[in-house]
Design a protein around this ligand. Sequence first.
Ligand SMILES: Nc1ncnc2c1ncn2[C@@H]1O[C@H](COP(=O)(O)OP(=O)(O)OP(=O)(O)O)[C@@H](O)[C@H]1O
Ligand SMILES: [Mg+2]
Length: 233
Amino acid sequence: MDILTARGLVMTYGSTRALDGVDVTVRAGESVAVMGPSGSGKTTLLHVLAGVLRPTSGTVDLAGTDLVALSDAQRTRLRRDDFGFVFQSGQLLAELPADENAALPLLLAGRPRAAATARARELLARLGLAGMERRRPGELSGGQAQRVAIARALVGSPSVVFADEPTGALDQATGREVLDLLTSAARAGGAALVVVTHDPGVARWCDRTLAMRDGRVVGEFRAPAPQHQVPLP
Ligand SMILES: Nc1ncnc2c1ncn2[C@@H]1O[C@H](COP(=O)(O)OP(=O)(O)OP(=O)(O)O)[C@@H](O)[C@H]1O
Ligand SMILES: [Mg+2]
């Protein structure tokens, strides 16, 4: 089943065509890597697919709803309820412990504190952070902090998780570990994943890789069924 279908996406900034006619389909539960040189439009594409940016033209259909036609308030609500986000770094609140950081989307949506943090702690444990739930971001390694960010992205059981270079601030080995956990956790939660990465090894973890250049999708690689899938502990 297709969950997200974008057609004819164009995004212009003055004379720059950040997106120059992009068609993308994301199926429920699949993982899609987006690769390409700096400035090729990867972040812009992610933001348009996620309803953060409204494209100059084109449509983005999420299970029957055109995101482009929604009001800002409607898109904000939809982002909160249907999507999860992981950024490069720095998205955790320094003064909150890991469990409250991970529970934040549920707390903002008005869920009772006890239930929200319990759900967050369950995810943190599955991501290998049992015992670290009360640590603040400053007391975690970069890789551990990104796992908290992954827990936060998944805590609301989103249909799609968007990640923009989620391992960009980590060394390659830690980055791959985090990418591995991100793809496994998204699969386990039934969420589709769209991940921008510079790591060419990523095809190992994703079902498909899209190659971007100059605002266009210029290639698509379908990875063989991943043999390397570490089940969540
Ligand atoms: N808010 C903006 N205003 C003007 N131009 C922009 C804006 N955002 C992006 N651009 C331009 O659009 C193009 C695509 O940018 P984008 O950030 O999507 O690239 P990217 O592939 O994510 O690059 P990187 O790998 O460096 O993150 C670039 O030429 C960029 O300068
Ligand atoms: Mg970018």
